[in-house]
Design a protein around this ligand. Structure first.
Ligand SMILES: Nc1ncnc2c1ncn2[C@@H]1O[C@H](COP(=O)(O)OP(=O)(O)OP(=O)(O)O)[C@@H](O)[C@H]1O
Length: 263
């Protein structure tokens, strides 16, 4: 049955001597949904993304549009899923635009698209992320934040059905954080892409995403619309901080941290 849903049921994943995620099930995610994966350090957020990307052994029932993702070969899975790691590898002798064009070329979607069209597409993605001016810069001469934006451009241009982003805004100034969240949410809506983004910034999650998945010790602690999952109660129970979510003068939700609960 096709349904454009990402379903995760009974997922188990981890490392050779340590299982981190032990039977995780999430409410289904619909095409076009942007979900933030949040939770304290070591909760298993990266492990979850890497398991879904096929970079770690995993068992369980994970389906997109009725198709079992965990049973696919890497090549088959790459048709559906793109994973953006926390950092780009160093030592790649390409310009920014060449690296984005290459990312599109290696995906199955653009193998026979004319060169001029591929370049125009790459340029449009760079503009959208506010880094059009870096198109001809060598990758190895970029700052940490600029590298993060290029890595996102390489991921978005492939137009995956499922985009997995590991802390896509961690190195970015506020303006570029907005560029990223805007580009990701717009692309999700226009292309029907499902995005799972690990975010530590709960305010970005409150402001931009459709769903929040809160993990704690490899298990689901809360899931739902941002203001249902990020509450004074969940901040206390899973982050051990006293805090609250309040609306600012413009009606936007913000999380305020009052202090630690235990020293
Ligand atoms: N290669 C590894 N081998 C063994 N254990 C690992 C490995 N990588 C991570 N872990 C453990 O798995 C657990 C979850 O790590 P993970 O990186 O998924 O957490 P996270 O929620 O992404 O954390 P953070 O917010 O700090 O990035 C941690 O306890 C960590 O020590």
């Amino acid at each position: 049955m096709t349904d454009d849903l990402l379903r995760i049921d009974g997922l188990r994943a981890g490392y050779p001597r340590r299982r981190i995620i032990d039977g995780l099930s999430l409410p289904p995610l619909r095409a076009g949904t942007v979900a933030a994966i949040v939770g304290p350090n070591g909760a298993g957020k990266t492990t979850l993304l890497r398991a879904l990307a096929g970079l770690l052994p995993a068992t369980g029932d994970v389906r997109y549009d009725g198709q079992a993702l965990l049973q696919m070969t890497p090549a088959e899975r790459a048709r559906y899923v793109t994973y953006m790691p926390q950092s780009l590898p160093q030592g790649i002798a390409l310009s920014v635009i060449e690296s984005v064009v290459t990312a599109l070329r290696v995906s199955t979607f653009a193998a026979d698209r004319p060169e001029s069209l591929v370049h125009a597409e790459a340029d449009a993605v760079l503009q959208r992320l506010g880094i059009g001016h870096l198109a001809l810069s060598p990758l190895d001469e970029l700052s940490g934040g600029q590298r993060q934006l290029v890595s996102l451009a390489q991921s978005i241009i492939r137009r995956p059905r499922i985009l997995l982003l590991d802390e896509p805004t961690s190195a970015l100034d506020p303006r570029h954080q907005i560029d990223v969240m805007q580009a990701v949410t717009e692309t999700a809506k226009s292309d029907g892409m499902i995005v799972l983004a690990v975010l530590h910034d709960l305010n970005l999650a409150l402001r931009w995403v459709d769903r929040v998945v809160l993990l704690s010790e490899g298990a689901l602690a809360a899931a739902g619309p941002p203001e249902d999952a990020i509450t004074a109660e969940t901040l206390a129970a899973f982050y051990q901080i006293s805090g609250r979510v309040e609306r600012c003068s413009q009606g936007l939700p913000h999380v305020l941290f009052d202090g630690k609960i235990h020293d």
